[in-house]
Design a protein around this ligand. Structure first.
Ligand code: PNS
Length: 157
């Protein structure tokens, strides 16, 4: 059984994240979505809130689990006996930083990273842009799941 970790800040989860999770679900036996509890930027949503949103979004996928972690991703992956880390690539601009992280993670514990391309339709999506759109009252249709749209509206009321 191949277990894949899909890590991220998910602050908040976008339809781009959902796209990557959906692709991972097709390829791997189990998909463990790992919410970083302490992202470098101060999060809009707590790790419990981000975890809850992902639980709702992924409820129909039986082979997914959601967990929050602190510290190094490689230590979390080891503790969960994960086989690979999965990262989504939206555009070439993502590649340089993602490659650097994949190489560092491989250096630390030998873990492999698998890159999955997002659909072109989601290439421009990011959590920070979604927060900006939500903050200033723009339409969130086609950007996030209904549960996330509701949470953003409530947060920015
Ligand atoms: O959604 P993001 O913010 O692009 O996700 C980045 C994330 C959480 C995957 C990355 O920052 C991470 O792995 N953080 C945990 C700390 C860590 O392991 N740092 C070393 C990476 S080489």
């Amino acid at each position: 059984m191949t277990v894949a970790v899909v890590p991220g800040s998910f602050d908040p989860p976008t339809l781009g994240h959902v796209d990557v999770i959906a692709r991972a679900v097709e390829v791997f036996d189990r998909v463990l979505i790992a919410v970083v509890a302490n992202p470098s930027k101060k999060p809009l949503f707590s790790s419990a809130e981000r975890t809850r949103m992902l639980e709702e979004i992924c409820a129909d996928w039986e082979n997914t689990d959601i967990d929050a972690f602190e510290g190094l991703l490689v230590h979390f992956a080891e503790a969960k006996n994960a086989d690979v880390i999965v990262k989504g690539l939206r555009a070439v601009s993502d590649f340089e930083y993602e490659l650097q992280m994949a190489q560092m993670n491989n250096h630390l514990t030998g873990v492999q990273t698998v890159f999955l391309p997002t659909s072109a339709e989601h290439a421009y999506l990011s959590s920070s842009l979604v927060k900006e759109v939500g903050r200033f009252g723009g339409s969130l249709d086609g950007l996030v799941s209904p549960v996330v749209a509701a949470a953003l509206k409530e947060r920015f009321q």
